[in-house]
Design a binder for this molecule. Structure first.
Ligand SMILES: Nc1ncnc2c1ncn2[C@@H]1O[C@H](COP(=O)(O)OP(=O)(O)OP(=O)(O)O)[C@@H](O)[C@H]1O
Length: 261
């Protein structure tokens, strides 16, 4: 399913946080949202998973404006891993993952055998099956993050939005997670700070600055030295990855100790 921001504006306390954003996350594609701190990335995502209503414009899921879809249909179609996603209750990992089925259940309906298999598969894919009986409050940050992604997958959404999903993950789990995102066949909208990971995983990238979209396109079209200088204020050298051809950014520290000794 295609997800589309159509002229979306969010203003809070007299400040425009997202300004006339128009951006499409193609069906079955991975679309990245990058930009400096405070540029409006999380605010834009909040309009997708229903935590915020745009003050202007609309978010569309195919031909349906999200605002008119109804909470239940939206909750079935869209799964979110957000900066607020967590659990204050000490569910076990297996219980928390099973909660991903909640939008599909009516009343106290028990999970079917298929749904239990789905939960087991998701835990295995995210490398948390061995933690099934652990309390989620006892997990490390990276383990908890992977459990929350498993919970999002068992929801069987059409659209998956993720805000900084690689936070807390070691490099192996970062690569595994982003590789997984590419195989799901879902419409994925992901906020990433690491521009090299964004270049590797995204089909298209939108760049936000001060709430406005400054460029959208393929990683090669977007991640140029000029854009990174203009938007992030950082000098980079852009090279092609020798194996994949993806653009990769090489950074140098502004004061390199080694050159001054
Ligand atoms: N409820 C709110 N009321 C007022 N200002 C807010 C509110 N929520 C966010 N902001 C401000 O809106 C701006 C955009 O915030 P947002 O969290 O969307 O940025 P971001 O690009 O996701 O940043 P980061 O990379 O730091 O996570 C920031 O200046 C933030 O302080």
């Amino acid at each position: 399913m295609e997800l589309r921001f159509d002229d979306v504006t969010v203003a809070l306390q007299g400040k425009t946080l997202v300004d006339q954003l128009s951006l499409t996350a193609g069906s079955g594609r991975v679309t990245g949202l990058v930009g400096p701190n405070g540029s409006g990335k999380s605010t834009a995502l909040r309009c997708v998973y229903g935590a915020l209503k745009p003050h202007g414009g609309a978010v569309w899921l195919e031909d349906n404006a999200l605002a008119e879809l109804g909470n239940r249909r939206a909750a079935r179609a869209i799964a979110a891993l957000t900066q607020e996603s967590s659990s204050e209750f000490d569910f076990t990992v297996a219980e928390l993952v099973e909660l991903g089925r909640f939008p599909h259940l009516t009343g106290n309906q028990a999970l079917t055998a298929r749904e239990k298999d789905l939960c087991r598969d998701a835990m295995e894919r995210l490398d948390v099956a061995h933690l099934a009986d652990r309390g989620v409050l006892t997990l490390s940050g990276g383990e908890r993050q992977r459990v929350l992604i498993a919970r999002a997958l068992v929801q069987e959404p059409a659209v998956l939005v993720l805000d900084e999903p690689t936070n807390h993950l070691d490099v192996r789990h970062q690569i595994e997670l982003l590789s997984l995102l590419r195989t799901l066949g879902l419409t994925v909208l992901v906020v990433l700070h690491d521009l090299n990971l964004a270049a590797a995983v995204c089909d298209r990238i939108g760049v936000l600055s001060n709430g406005s979209l400054v460029r959208a396109g393929t990683p090669a079209e977007v991640l140029t030295a000029e854009l990174v200088r203009e938007v992030f204020g950082v000098e980079v050298t852009v090279v092609d990855h020798p194996l994949t051809g993806d653009p990769q950014l090489l950074y140098a520290l502004t004061s390199d100790r080694r050159s001054s000794v």
